[in-house]
Design a protein around this ligand. Sequence first.
Ligand code: ADP
Ligand code: MG
Ligand code: ZN
Length: 628
Amino acid sequence: MSIKDKPPSGPRLIGNILLLLGGLFLLANIFLPQIFGNSTPQVPYSLFIDQVENGKVSKVYVAQDEIRYQLQENQELGEIQGQVLRTTPIFDLELPKRLEEKGIEFAAAPPARNNWFASILSWVIPPLIFVGIWQFFARRSMGGGGAGALSFTKSKAKVYVEEDSTKVTFDDVAGVEEAKTELTEVVEFLKNPQRFLDIGARIPKGVLLVGPPGTGKTLMAKAVAGEAKVPFFSISGSEFVELFVGAGAARVRDLFEQAKKKAPCIIFIDELDAIGKSRAGNGFMGGNDEREQTLNQLLTEMDGFAVGGATVIVLAATNRPETLDSALLRPGRFDRQVLVDRPDKSGRLRILEIYAGKVKLDDNVDLSEIATRTPGFAGADLANLINEAALLAARNDRKAVTQADMNEAIERVVAGLEKKSRVLSEKEKKIVAYHEVGHALVGAAKPGGGKVAKISIVPRGMAALGYTLQMPTEDRFLMDESELRDQIATLLGGRAAEEIIFGSITTGASNDLQRATDLAERMVTTYGMSKVLGPLAYEKGQQNSFLGDGMMNPRRMVSDDTAKAIDAEVKGIVENAHQEALAILNGNRDLLESITEQILENEVIEGPILQDLLDKVNLGDKVSASVS
Ligand code: ADP
Ligand code: MG
Ligand code: ZN
């Protein structure tokens, strides 16, 4: 799949003229009702009121089912000058008064269109649909071709209403300090690009915010714009999906064109995975032409704007980075990833404080207790929690939100989250804690996999209930055998801890076992590290599997005896590592208990505190004896 659109060549000219006509008809079909209906961007009522209050509105037309209004001509950044917007009215007795106070002209909306018009449309539309379908197939059979014939669709659709960029700042986002620190640089750059350019620093073009839903990725992107005080063009990946062929690409091009005019500014693409899905994945099924064209256009635009030196930074958000096309992650595109993770206890407290500040709280409310009881909650869940509690208080005619309201709200939100299996019981939390500390202790005793930098029992992603983070001591491309053995032992440390403490094993270790076994198998079949089997490669490099849904490493044809020997070797390596892990943990039982206690209390241990604890790991004789 080529990245750039080819300009249409000679023989295609007649086809293109036909296409153009067809496209015109199709467009008329699509846009005519909209011009008379709802082609003006719709905004929430609250934004409308906001703009009224801030004197940004010049005229208002009120109809029964919609309000149309025009913005002032003399706006600075933020809004588009003189743009007409619409909103859905709510029952608001204050509105006329508000408008009068601000001296805004208002009137009843122009009368609805005549009936004869509708009847003509009903005559014209059926044949147009026909032409539309013909046009669709004609385009498909010509293959790809980008948005050439249809490029005049651009700028008709202003989906990316710029938002009031001064609203959200970093103060409104809490519990994601690392992400904030990383994005501060982006803010600095947007504020003062020249300083960076003078030194010749390379500026990130694309920054990808990665994290589970509701952790504040969208909010964070707005905060970056707010901090830097630059315009913010926002569009959601899912908006592209329903478009007809070519329009998505045209819209992307238009978006970047508009953004360049307003540079420095931010383009924010929410739900990037909706357009950025890996193209390799569905190669055999024909894929989705529209999405692919949109993706290609996005890549082209991102590659393009370095040349002009325009300071446009593209932020994007996704909760499924693993599904993204690898082309998106290449240098010069979204080469920077910022993790926006679920908050830990202190982060949750800070988020609760933000939202509690917006409601009336009774004195008996203990926010830090609430933070303790809500592991696994994302920022959106916490905001939701406070709101639930406030609703409960209001329903019961209370003047302020009490701790009892909070408790009931927690139960409600937890019930919702439990369905999504994100909240752990006390027992499960304990198992996860021992499991992770098991990894950490073995990792500290056998540092071949890197230095243990963080232990967390804040659930992350869908599968991982906790995690232990190891940092490579230096950039490495080669690993030796003992380091691989260390890694396998560390992977088994979690399960070994469960065995020692609970005498039973949970399903939580299955991913660890998978990875440990894979590593051991590769040691034997790919790296030739087995003395028994010798330096032979029993695997035939990586190949695309036929159905295109993943890679597999086919084994070379081997005799039954060899196959058995491979199995025995792999099993031996894993079992040996398992015994090592058990020995290390048995030799450090006290430390296992005390660190687990601490992690249950704080949920996350990292930095110097963790180093002090792990320095106490005892590498007794028993441990080194079992290394063979
Ligand atoms: P995402 O884009 O990651 O799915 P959003 O940014 O849409 O999440 O978050 C939804 C809402 O939840 C936000 O508008 C905000 O009210 C609240 N929220 C989420 N995370 C945070 C946070 N870290 N700090 C403050 N509020 C948050
Ligand atoms: Mg979002
Ligand atoms: Zn594990």
